[in-house]
Design a protein around this ligand. Sequence first.
Ligand code: KG4
Ligand code: ZN
Length: 338
Amino acid sequence: MKILAIETSCDETAAAIIEEKNYRPIVLTNIIASQIDIHAATGGVIPDVAARMHTEALPTVLQQATNRKRLDFDAVAVTTGPGLVGSLLIGVAAAKTIALERKLPFFAINHLEGHVYSSWLGESQPELPALIVIVSGGHTDLVIMERHLYYKVLGSTRDDAAGEAFDKVARLLDLPYPGGPAISELAQHGQADRYPLPIPMEDQNTFDFSFSGLKAAVGGLVKSLPQPLAAHVKADIAASFQDTVSRTISKKVQMALESYPGLKTVCLVGGVAANRHLRVELEKSVRVHRPDCRFIVPDAQFCTDNAAMIGAAAVFRHLFGHSDSWYDVVVDPNAPLT
Ligand code: KG4
Ligand code: ZN
């Protein structure tokens, strides 16, 4: 079974062909047209502009993913939410048209389920039950997955998502959008212990996250320092912030591992999982607290939004017999992970 997957939930226009082989998703093609340069000019994503860019980019992206029609496929999968409604509609309209035209099975995929299944795109596969840490621009969720396609959300962010905090702190430091890559690059030249920042909800016995207080603390710190900020000061702030986010996430993961001793794998997924410091620090923490637990973080290209992960989720929906009728499918900008 080869699946054409389409992802247009935010600011990446993406298509991929994923093949199911021996119960695993294999990436045959994976094409992403990023709108980052356009949105960098405005300092963030403008929904109407994103939708228009998807309309312009999608035909070429589809052509490239299908290798100029030389690669065939037997099913179509598409992200139906959560995301920006106008952006989602472009991908869903295209996917429905292709499925109708070719009379192919159709898979409606939750974007967060796509991030979850990015963990199955590497050599080493997760073993269930797994703890999935989703850290993206819109979400920060701790999820227990005892079996395929079923999720128990232990905790979520109460305000800003981890990626959103990176983007907002980047703005405070006059760094370009998206903030995550800019902060992690600058942080390499900084000292992480230079500015102690508060670990959000450190003493609270909850799996929820809250990053707006941390962002406000960075805002207060920036205001208290001589302006304009020197380059080395910005680097120290970036490193201190990045390290505080990593320690916050590691702490919650440690709590979850203690509460659920049967967990066999920890998977770190979503755009913020591309952050090297977080990858290294969380892995270290898991190794110390649960050396028997696998730690899986996808290749960076599968952390930020992509269609390969949507195809991977569709492979498992196919394996477990869950397909959808394209005419019943609607987009849901706020779709929860259920
Ligand atoms: O998963 P994603 O591509 O889109 C959503 O589903 O939201 O995540 C985008 C987020 C942005 O906030 C971006 O700043 C962040 O991921 N990000 C990073 C890095 N690369 C992307 N954050 C920290 N370090 C990175 N290297
Ligand atoms: Zn995403």
